[in-house]
Design a protein around this ligand. Sequence first.
Ligand SMILES: [Zn+2]
Ligand SMILES: [Zn+2]
Length: 269
Amino acid sequence: MYLNIFDSHTHSDTSWDAEHSITFLCETAVKKGILGFAITDHCEINEYESRDIEARIMQGHFEMLKARAAFGKSIMLSYGIELGQMNYDLNLTRHVLAMKPYDFVLGSLHCIRGDQDFYYMDFQGTDPYALLEEYYKELYEIAKLNLFDSMAHISYPIRYMNGKCGLGVDLSRMDDLIDLTLRTLAQNGKALEINTSGLRGPIGETSPTLKYVKRFRELGGEYLTLGSDAHAAEELGEGIQETMAMASQAGFQYFTFYKKRQPRLLQIY
Ligand SMILES: [Zn+2]
Ligand SMILES: [Zn+2]
């Protein structure tokens, strides 16, 4: 079956926390009948040396070329990168961006300055609202840098605060700060990602939720990318179909994927 599904957020074993090769992801995508996907392996700017990321980028690019040679006729493969914490070191960010001919750059923020990834936190003895305020100030810094194509999972801390730790945090207390980022993305013609990984986890919702996708539209946002954040082949394309319906509810007729850093539109139906 031909499906109009393009997954703009996936990880291969070039990322330290993912399981399968790009070639195997391509094979799975063909089996699932999806149109294509972007490979967006991690590049955490603050862990560039400790994770040996330069070598990973070289290897990932080589793997992508092999996969494209084998599957290029049956699947659209966009060569991307998930660039985390780019606001921490602009010189290094520019170096990474100049290294390879990326089709797609996904901007993300997984922590706040000097702290660990929210993924590892148990939030004991912390004020979650103070952490969130800091997070959204930093996210706004990244939005203003304007060096990416789409902004990933803008409610990332909530995945762990509410999904994993059940803190019951009310994100709407951050709405004014979140607006700054959404407005900047819209004004700069950048995309907002709807990340579907939460649909597979305890939180049971996308990042962000419909409310923020609607707000992005109200502020003039034109482009949405949809991403499963797959860390294993079976997760590829998961939740994208449902999320198209949500995008449509928010007033979008199209969603976007990127080739050569240019948006390509796919109709939502
Ligand atoms: Zn991420
Ligand atoms: Zn990711």
